[in-house]
Design a binder for this molecule. Structure first.
Ligand SMILES: [Zn+2]
Length: 252
């Protein structure tokens, strides 16, 4: 069993405005956009989150326009940050993916869902319903032609050794993932339940939709990671990704 960690570009953010209110206000940094590919021994290939749509390569303002938000959150993406490129690097095409799962449907987590028509895309049912009624979740990325969403209810196993962990607070019914590659190598992929290490260290949840709920979810994810001796992977940590083994290298 293997897991590839793929970097699909960055966002240039104002740390305090986007990640940790009150800590680093006005400080700009590049945060990574990540996707994870888990290959099982029996041939399943599960992709967790799909990054930003490649439209942002030419048009970084495509999703948020050129207004105020663009000052604090700006996509930075090149041709090498597409899933097609990252998969090609390891000898695969989108057609080789058997399952897709989105932690949630913000633009930086479902932007390349369009590559996977006819592949089951696992999203929490309550999250999907919430995303349908909020402008925070642009329909153009969710509704690409031919996509087949498998709406799920609570925590479940996608394939053996890859399971979802309910982690609401960032958005309604956000989900994180536990991936157990072997007895000694396992991960808790927090996604945006925990943006960065600083959120945990400073217990800073003010930028989440529901800060109290986000705090409970984040502490639970951290406790699971500690209990299972798993690596806790943050959603957008500007430092942690440099220490991760990035694709085409992999964990096993
Ligand atoms: Zn995100």
């Amino acid at each position: 069993m293997r897991m590839y960690v793929m970097r699909l570009g960055y966002c240039d953010v104002d740390k305090g405005q986007i990640l940790t209110p009150g800590i680093g206000d006005g400080v700009h940094m590049l945060i990574p956009i990540l996707s994870f590919l888990v290959e099982t021994d029996d041939g399943a290939r599960v992709l967790i989150d799909t990054g930003m749509h490649p439209v942002h390569i030419e048009d970084p303002e495509h999703t948020f326009g050129n207004g105020e938000l663009n000052e604090i959150l700006r996509p930075v993406m090149t041709e090498n940050d597409t899933l097609e490129y990252r998969l090609r690097e390891i000898g695969l095409t989108p057609g080789d993916i058997t399952h897709v799962a989105n932690s949630h449907l913000h633009f930086d987590h479902c932007g390349q869902n369009f590559l996977f028509p006819d592949v089951p895309i696992y999203v929490d049912r309550r999250h999907f319903a919430a995303a349908r009624t909020s402008p925070s979740f642009p329909a153009e990325y969710i509704d690409a032609p031919g996509l087949r969403y498998e709406l799920t209810d609570g925590e479940h196993e996608i394939v053996p050794r890859v399971r979802t962990l309910a982690s609401p607070g960032h958005v309604p019914a956000h989900q994180s993932f536990a991936v157990a590659l072997s007895e000694s190598t396992s991960f808790v992929i927090a996604s945006d339940a925990i943006y960065t290490k600083d959120n945990i260290e400073f217990d800073a949840w003010g930028s989440q939709d529901d800060p109290e709920l986000a705090k409970v979810s984040a502490h639970r994810l951290r406790d699971i990671a500690v209990a299972d001796d798993s690596t806790l992977v943050y959603g957008h940590d500007p430092d942690q990704w440099r220490e991760l083994r990035l694709s085409p290298d992999y964990y096993e």
